[in-house]
Write a protein that binds this ligand. Structure first.
Ligand code: 0RA
Length: 653
């Protein structure tokens, strides 16, 4: 290993003499650079953020192994990212098989993660798990500093290739790993791409909840923002956060940790007076959107334990009375986190736990600990069971109402709503539907569209806030029924994405506070009733222009104030301010002010328009945001909508 001062280029870069091992490495990382999407999903914003998660995951692994208590993520002004932890430090000694320092193996070998530590939990190998070498391959440069054994080590890479040997750069106390990387602009080519503080902050908050006591700090040097997350309550704090402003039925949160052979299990839950269920499950810190064995065990235990308690305490009126799974989950906020040694991820998005042995472990642990909680907290037990009984009665009433509504509205009869101007093509993958605020804008959209593949559904005024309504009321709402029939894939348990009649569902509202409100209501509806449409990337937000800047025959459409000023400058040919005679600026207050042709050219023409795809980075955080936003408190909603009225982009949840 080179000592300080002996910095020299490594052989393989100076004379191109590769060893067999190095060729494999280069081939591997070359593959990553050739097809980055295969490794990080995409090279858009998602992929860019994925780089950070990948590096952070390594530090999280170190925390799960019990050696790291603090992680710091810093967004630098120049676009680089620093991830710093106080773990043991990536090994620097010579790897017995590869003959190079451990850190070099980690930085240059795909899936090197598990090579060192066999008996600890790992995020790596799971959903992310492509390893830090992928980040290295996709970085213009990457520097790693490791502190351990009294020394500080340093190494630099350029586009995945070793630029300097690992060298000692000084003495240092303690231990830790410090990675700085600059995402490669040759890979992340989308204009305007940059890190979003909130997106990263949401995932880091989630990781802090999932790793009790771990301190995670996010600093944004571009604007000085900083957030620290550390939760001594672990999942109990998480439940409180997700519950938001919903009124709890019992103050004390059900909480336990259990260590079993098959898995380590941590659970927190609390009931509130709402009607929806908010269960989120994680395996090795990865959100298991599609559920799996652990969720099955949890559901079975909940139903069984609550029924057992009610029966033993003679709460049921009739002998054969019982509560269904849906009944005991109404108004429930629950987070389950399991750590499994060798997780098997299955399902369409690889977020379903396949390890069947975990089912029994979770079921037994929940039976035991929830049983104890109910015995020790009879008042809470009573509230929970009364709530479940009321859910049971309401469900029966709702079932009847739904049957009635279904028949009446012909939700499933294939009869399309009268207000819908459908497209002529029938292949859903080519078709889009615009959900348009107001009849007048709807009229312009109908005239301006390309009727072969674009359908228009005008929506009248505010749609119902589904956050606090039971299903019978939701289905009683005319605008909602029209949307469900037009889209064609049903809702909730009847939802079948294959039946969607359009693969692009585009929300088009005015660029004002009312428009933002309607957009939020629609997103809430999709998130709660047709979540897969969001997860599959079918939901989009249209971006109508805010200004038209024109002079004579020249005209430009501006989507922000900066753009408007830019166009004014351009039209005044660089003349000083005040020399802007003849330039007209029209501010669009609503879609209705555009004629059909303008609407087409600015907002609907696929060649010219900008539409934002709605994504969910963290389902738990989105759940919490919707609860806070759309619950009973009006104030958080008003604030959020006002803050986001202009910045449609921030609505990506
Ligand atoms: C393998 C073994 C050891 C530590 C690590 C990996 C490690 C990797 C990363 C990546 C970011 N931060 C990290 N911290 C630790 C332990 C080697 C030992 O001391 O026995």
């Amino acid at each position: 290993m080179a000592k300080k001062g002996e910095k020299k280029k490594s052989d393989e870069q100076t004379n191109g003499d590769y060893t067999a091992g190095q060729i494999t490495v280069l081939k591997g990382l070359e593959a990553v650079r050739k097809r980055p999407g295969m490794y990080i999903g995409s090279t858009s914003a998602r992929g860019l953020h994925h780089l950070v998660y990948e590096v952070v995951d390594n530090s999280i692994d170190e925390a799960m192994a019990g050696f790291c208590t603090e992680i710091r993520v810093t967004l630098r002004e120049d676009g680089a990212v620093v991830v710093d932890d106080n773990g043991r430090g990536i090994p620097v000694d010579i790897h017995p098989e590869e003959g190079i320092p451990g850190v070099e193996v980690a930085m240059t070998t795909l899936h090197a993660g598990g090579k060192f530590d066999k008996d600890s939990y790992k995020v790596s190998g799971g959903l992310h798990g492509v390893g830090v070498s992928v980040v290295n391959a996709l970085s213009e440069w990457l520097e790693v500093e490791i502190t351990r054994d009294g020394q500080r080590y340093h190494q630099r890479y350029v586009r995945g290739i070793k630029d300097t040997d690992l060298e000692i750069i000084g003495k240092a106390k303690g231990s830790g790993t410090h990675v700085t990387f600059m995402p490669d602009s040759e890979i992340f080519t989308e204009p305007g791409l940059s890190y979003n503080f909130e997106t990263l902050n949401n995932r880091l908050r989630e990781l802090a909840f999932l790793n009790k006591g771990l301190k995670i700090v996010l600093t944004d040097e571009r604007d000085g923002a900083e957030e620290t997350h550390q939760y001594e309550g672990g999942l109990a704090s998480f439940v409180k956060h997700v519950r938001g402003s919903r009124q709890p039925l019992h103050e004390k949160i059900v909480y336990f940790e259990a260590s079993r052979e098959e898995a380590d299990i941590e659970l927190a839950m609390q009931y509130d007076d709402g009607f929806s269920e908010h269960t989120h499950t994680f395996v090795n810190n990865i959100n298991t959107h599609e559920g799996g064995a652990h969720l099955t065990g949890l559901k079975a235990a909940l139903t069984r334990t609550i029924n057992d308690y009610a029966r033993r305490n003679n709460i049921f009126k009739k002998d054969d009375e019982s509560l269904s799974g849906d009944d005991v989950r109404e108004g429930l906020t629950c987070i389950l986190s399991v750590k499994v040694m060798e997780p098997q991820f299955e399902g369409q998005t690889k977020t379903k736990l396949g390890n069947s042995e975990v089912r029994g472990a979770v079921e037994a642990a929940v039976n035991e600990h929830l049983g104890i909680f109910l015995e020790e907290n009879p008042k809470a037990a009573k509230s929970i069971i009364e709530k479940s009984l009321s859910a049971s009665r309401a469900r029966e009433a709702a079932r009847k109402a739904r049957d009635l509504v279904r028949k009446k509205s012909a939700l499933e009869s294939g009869v399309l709503p009268g207000k819908l101007a459908d497209c002529s093509i029938s292949d859903p993958s080519l078709c889009e539907i615009y959900l348009v605020e107001g009849d007048s804008a709807g009229g312009s959209a109908k005239q301006g569209r390309d009727r072969s593949f674009q359908a228009i559904l005008p929506l009248k005024g505010k749609i119902l806030n589904v956050e606090r309504a039971r299903i019978d009321k939701i289905l009683g709402n005319e605008e909602i029924r029209a949307m469900i029939t037009a889209i064609g894939c049903g809702i909730r348990e009847d939802f079948e994405i294959e039946k969607a009649r359009y693969h692009k569902i585009i929300i088009m509202t005015d660029a004002d506070v009312d428009g933002a409100h309607i957009r939020t209501l629609l997103l809430t509806f999709f998130f709660r009733q047709m979540r897969d449409l969001i997860e599959e990337g079918y939901i989009y937000i249209a971006q109508p222009p805010l200004y038209r800047v024109s002079k004579g025959k020249k005209e430009y459409y501006a989507y922000s104030e900066e753009e408007r000023d830019e166009f004014v400058k351009r039209l005044s040919n660089g003349k000083p301010e005040g020399e802007t005679r003849g330039i007209q600026i029209q501010r669009y207050k609503g879609l209705g002010e555009m004629n059909p042709d303008q609407l087409w050219r600015t907002t609907m023409d696929p060649e010219a328009r900008t539409i934002y795809q709605v994504t969910v980075d963290s389902a738990a955080e989105a759940d919490s945001i919707f609860s806070r936003l759309m619950g009973e408190d009006v104030e958080p909603r008003r604030k959020f909508i006002e803050a986001n009225a202009k910045y449609v982009k921030n609505l990506d949840i």
